[in-house]
Design a binder for this molecule. Structure first.
Ligand code: MLT
Length: 382
């Protein structure tokens, strides 16, 4: 009676498992320093909250348009021009309720049973889970310090129908150069595979992180998903977009969305318009990024002082950290949680190549990050 592909999924969703463990300790009275899920702790800028409250008290809330409010789509087209110097029409942008959903749905819309789908390894677990759940075959593209966390795309062959990539990368923090993406797009054209490009962290660091549409020729072989969650502390709002330039791909996505859902609530979208339009929001977002950069330095120094190698951080809210010898990433994360009450994410939760690493976020104050490092130091020698 139940879809047999559930058996292919991990026992529980990575961040749900971590939340349950944390909640248990908190309910027992422990103070846990949570450096697990990437959930910004700084408040949502006031103009966004004000826009939401103003809209939410309206007497009628009718069905939204499943493609999104035109004004928000136009605003995003302007964002692409300003941020990436990419020309995009409002009709190429669709509004959605969180990139997680879109990233999961891409497999069923853009591939078929029997297809092989390639995924960066390590990667945001939703990609892999969707591939497994939709009954497709998976091909891991290992990313490690020897290849600067950039997968070797020469291994892609004609069996591969789709590829998931995220840059700036969650969890490793690597940023793809335009040159790398140009070569990748050329290869994808040769094998006729679709790139699903996740830019949830494009605005999280000083890097000139490109949109995939900054790359010539990407139009027909790539689609892109972006999110309001992290740059505007809007994870709980559930607001994101998909950008699709190719007409056939766009039509398929629209048809899917029209059938599958009734769109994102209008009051949330109105708040999104303010996030993109309002000068005060822009200034707050810049100030928040400065704060995050400061914390990143503290976290980096702290974990390095424990004798561990720290990657990432410059362009994402994540540190990708090696673990001491003699542990699996799960064992090490469990030890830190149970004995130091510090929650970090085991690297193996992001794929086989994540073994040997853990991931920590900068979504805690400087003082709490220092506290986490102090608690871990107290466990030494391990
Ligand atoms: C993460 O921590 O990798 C993400 O924030 C989780 C998510 O977006 O679902």
């Amino acid at each position: 009676m139940i879809n047999k592909n559930f058996k292919r999924l991990p026992q529980s969703y990575l961040f749900q498992e971590l939340a349950q463990k944390k909640n248990k300790l908190v309910s027992e009275g422990h103070d846990v320093v949570a450096l697990g899920i990437g959930d910004p702790d700084l408040e949502t800028p006031k103009p966004i909250r004000q826009a939401l409250s103003k809209e939410v008290i309206r007497r009628y809330h009718k069905y939204p348009d499943s493609e999104g409010i035109l004004e928000l789509r136009e605003e995003l087209a302007r964002y692409y021009q300003k941020r990436f110097r990419v020309k995009l029409l409002a009709e190429n942008v669709l509004i959605s309720f969180g990139a997680k959903t879109d990233l999961f749905d891409a497999v069923r819309v853009f591939s078929n049973i029997g297809d092989v789908i390639a995924v960066q390894d390590p990667a945001y677990p939703v990609y892999e889970n969707s591939i497994l759940f939709e009954g497709r075959d998976i091909k891991y593209l290992p990313c490690n310090k020897d290849n600067n966390f950039m997968p070797d795309y020469s291994v892609l062959d004609k069996d591969v129908a789709m590829v998931y990539l995220c840059y700036p990368n969650n969890p490793t923090g690597a940023v793809a150069s335009k040159k790398y993406l140009q070569e990748l797009i050329k290869s994808l054209k040769q094998i006729n595979a679709l790139l699903v490009f996740d830019i949830a962290y494009a605005d999280f660091g000083p890097a000139e992180a490109p949109s995939i549409f900054s790359i010539p020729g990407a139009k027909d072989v790539a689609i892109e998903f972006g999110s309001f969650s992290k740059p505007y502390s809007m994870t709980g709002y559930r607001l994101s977009w998909s950008a699709i330039k190719n007409k056939e791909l766009l039509d398929a996505w629209i048809k899917f969305r029209n059938n599958r859902d009734s769109g994102c609530s209008n009051y949330i979208q109105k708040a999104g318009i303010i996030a993109l339009q309002n000068k005060e929001v822009e200034n707050i977002a810049k100030k928040n990024m400065k704060e995050y950069r400061k914390r990143a330095r503290v976290l980096q120094k702290g974990f390095e002082s424990l004798g561990l190698e720290v990657y990432g951080l410059a362009h994402t809210p994540y540190a990708w950290i090696t673990i001491p010898k003699g542990y699996t990433s799960r064992d090490f994360a469990e030890k830190l949680l149970q004995e130091a009450k510090v929650l970090i994410t085991p690297g193996s939760g992001f794929g086989p190549s994540g073994e040997g690493y853990v991931r920590a976020t900068i979504f805690q104050s400087e003082q709490r990050i220092k506290e986490a490092v102090k608690r871990i130091k107290n466990l030494y020698p391990l």
